[in-house]
Design a binder for this molecule. Sequence first.
Ligand code: GDP
Ligand code: CO
Length: 395
Amino acid sequence: MFIESPRYTERFGSVRMSHAQRVISLDSGAKRRPHSHGAIGVKRIDEETIRHFEDRMAIVIPIKDEKLRLLEGVVSGVPHDCLVIVVSNSQRERVDRFRMEGDVLDQLCRFTLRQALIIHQKDPAIARAATEANYVDLLDEDGLVRDGKGEAMIIGLIAAKVAGKEYVGFIDADNYFPGSVLEYVRNYAAGFSLAQSPYSMVRILWRYKPKISAGLYFKKWGRISEITNRYLNSLISTKTGFETEVVTTGNAGEHAMSMQLAEILPFASAYAVESQELISLFENFGGILPTKESKVIEQGIDILQIETRNPHLHEERGNQHLNEILLSSMSTIYHSPLCDKEVRQAILAELINQGILKDGELPAPVHINSPLSKVKVDKFVNVIRKHSDKYHVLH
Ligand code: GDP
Ligand code: CO
């Protein structure tokens, strides 16, 4: 593929964050030619490089009661060499949707002769593994893993570790276009190939998010992402003293990271997860608050943002759902030790203005799960490995 060179990279302590880079063309041909790097300001990422990273990548698909056709479409779009890991929190009583998801996955894997894993978030064996690993954060009062997308991502990460993968990409199960999914994964691979540090993250920015209102309208920004990005940027600006607009992927559900980065990153519960990742990186490595991870500081952290060619279309769930996402994203910013009084006031005003909080109310802090490096992850890995047969689609 051809992609814009990272035009401008902003540095915050050890964090290097690049402004969004556009995909210029989805393919760059098979033939290796001399001088085929692409024009100035453009990078050519050849197929071999993309394959190299795909082979080392697991794609984690969190799912909760989505249409089976959507799941099937998403899996069909994941490049063949990536290991697919579905982590489900779907209903099992009355209609066993989890079982149906397993059947869909099984059929696709049989047709295409590929392996995949499917795990239920509420599987007692997973909760036991978490207990053995002393990963109490992950558990609810009932002793099972908590609800939430962030928690599903953690289980997916551990399963990817069991499989020996070096990179993990996340793709929501409610994506309508398999072709977009294929592009997201190729963009992850391209991003990793451009990163310098072994601690790297690639976040997807949609070219367009189509809306249907008297015809199809290709909208650039969702209401929620626009607000989240604005406040993430003010959080950074107030600390550096220089206004920035670098963050454009605060709520990116589609994103990927190297296992080395994933292991040191705390993951917030549910929908707060994506914005908290950035906050945690700025808190821990932004050079403002003290940090203990000298190895990471030496190598730095690369965050790449890549703008797709394909539009993004996923399930619309209405205003209440969007408000829930906005409230939890804002809460991660509000409660960060980096957030000063001014930004806090602005966040409160925004949430009141949006009708999400009443006058005098404060956003409740979100639950944050410790990074894998802080728990006995080897124990977790061993328990899953022992049960591994149960989670593989093709036995
Ligand atoms: P949005 O895209 O930000 O509006 O969020 P979605 O509601 O589409 O959720 C993103 C993805 O996470 C979808 O594939 C959901 O099915 C999935 N998801 C949401 N909550 C949970 C959960 O508690 N557990 C799991 N495993 N997946 C979830
Ligand atoms: Co969605």
